[in-house]
Design a binder for this molecule. Structure first.
Ligand SMILES: [Zn+2]
Length: 92
């Protein structure tokens, strides 16, 4: 059981629960974390999970970014430049 509370100022779109990714206005209220380090957590998951299961804010943000980003087909910055394909040390 994780302590959560509803963010009074939170408006849609809500952040996604750190466990099930359902949008939720509920956030963890972990006593060993500062307010800035809390993560979104829906009531259903809060009732099932344990404090040690809660990802850190950094991990959660990274997961969200990965989940939200489109599938990478090409490298994000375009095709690799020819000088990155290893012709540097080739003739040495
Ligand atoms: Zn959840």
């Amino acid at each position: 059981m994780i302590k959560v509370h509803k963010e009074p100022d939170d408006e849609p779109p809500f952040e996604r629960c750190c466990f099930c990714r359902k949008p939720t206005p509920f956030w963890t209220q972990l006593e060993n974390r500062t307010p800035g380090q809390q993560v979104a957590c829906c009531e259903a998951c809060a009732s099932r999970a344990h404090v040690q299961d809660v990802p850190t804010k950094a991990v959660w943000c990274r997961r969200e970014r990965i989940a939200e980003s489109p599938r990478v087909v090409d490298p994000p910055l375009g095709p690799p430049r020819s000088d990155e394909i290893g012709n540097n040390d080739f003739h040495r």
